[in-house]
Design a protein around this ligand. Structure first.
Ligand code: 8YV
Length: 329
């Protein structure tokens, strides 16, 4: 053991290549299994550590930072960072990095797949078939919603939103409408053929609405009963962002009453627990937070997080910092 080596925690089972890369620079305490460390264990294992390699399941709070004064860098293998108190990290000079870009296209592929599965009732059809319920043909048997040529609504037009817009526009001839905190530059709008709308208008016009906005206090339950009431009764809703964006009780009630046609959800408030009201409905497609889950993409995310950690603790500029102001402070 090299006494001069900085110590880092790898808080989750990680690819061997990550451990190798980090081991060249640091003394590693690696959690070997796929469990989420309880907060007290996370705090205990972070003692004396300069860096933390985490995923979306480890919460980094101000309280935790105060209890871990040696911590200098938190590198998450995720693009979302709502599990990290970024302001508290910045105030304490702790560098935070995430893994954007490398998952954009893969996540957009999945968002579109979920849209298709939801609109075309694929899960419902498979369940029926497996349960022996496929008895005969009928003209309207499992008839779903049209996708091509319809209006694709996107709430949150960042990198992933734009990648979904391209699929809709160029692959399926859809009209793309969107709402975002800030409007896109005119040339980007023109390239995507995307029209900016106020949020309410987006809800009214979309045939298929995809949620891709980052989670924040402001975004909490920003799709609830009032918002769903604005949507077309034939519309579908897809969430690949964060569960807390949607009021799941309101969504389940709306799906039961067919106020909208169907929903596709990859993320849940309180996951891996799933709101039981959703589990009983036939018009919802449920997947276990796998939008970025292809091996090449997960490996790229994992290695980017490792590269960020190496750079952060060796005096280099990390590839994808979230609070680069810490570097110059
Ligand atoms: C991950 C994600 O599966 O990157 C994100 O923000 O939600 C997913 O790609 C997960 O958070 C892994 O840390």
């Amino acid at each position: 053991m090299d006494a001069l080596k900085k110590k880092v925690l790898v808080a989750r089972r990680a690819p061997a290549a990550v451990i190798e890369r980090l081991a060249a620079h640091f003394e590693i305490d690696a959690v070997p299994d796929d469990r989420v460390l309880p907060p007290d264990e996370l705090r205990a294992r972070l003692q004396g550590k300069a860096g933390a390699y985490i995923t979306g399941t480890e919460r980094i709070t101000a309280e935790l930072l105060d209890a871990c004064p040696d911590l200098r860098a938190v590198c998450t293998m995720s693009v979302g960072y709502n599990h990290i108190d970024l302001a508290a990290c910045t105030a304490r000079g702790v560098l935070v990095t995430n893994t954007p870009d490398v998952l954009t296209e893969t996540t957009a592929d999945f968002g579109f797949a979920l849209l298709m599965a939801t609109a075309r009732r694929m899960s419902e059809g498979e369940r029926l078939l497996r349960d022996g319920g496929w008895k005969s043909w009928a003209w309207d048997f499992l008839a779903g919603a049209e996708v091509h040529g319809t209006t694709l609504g996107i709430l949150g037009m960042g990198r992933i939103g734009q990648a979904i817009a391209r699929r809709g526009r160029f692959g399926f001839g859809m009209q793309v409408v969107y709402h975002n905190r800030s409007r896109l530059a005119a040339d980007t709008e023109a390239e995507l053929g995307a029209r900016y709308l106020a949020k309410d208008e987006l809800l009214r016009q979309a045939d298929h609405l995809v949620l891709v906005l980052p989670y924040s206090a402001e975004a909490h339950h920003c799709i609830g009963a009032a918002e769903i009431a604005l949507m077309k009764p034939t519309a579908t809703l897809v969430n690949i962002a964060r569960g807390g964006i949607v009021d799941e009780d309101a969504l389940a009630a709306a799906l039961r009453k067919r106020l909208i046609a169907a929903a596709g959800l990859d993320v849940f408030e309180g996951e891996p627990r799933v709101n039981p009201a959703l589990l009983t409905l036939s018009n919802v497609v449920l997947t276990p937070h796998i939008a970025s889950a292809t091996l090449p993409t997960r490996q790229a995310m994992a290695l980017l997080a490792a590269d960020n950690l190496v750079a952060a603790l060796t005096g280099a500029v990390p590839p994808t910092p979230l609070n680069p102001q810490v570097l110059s402070a």
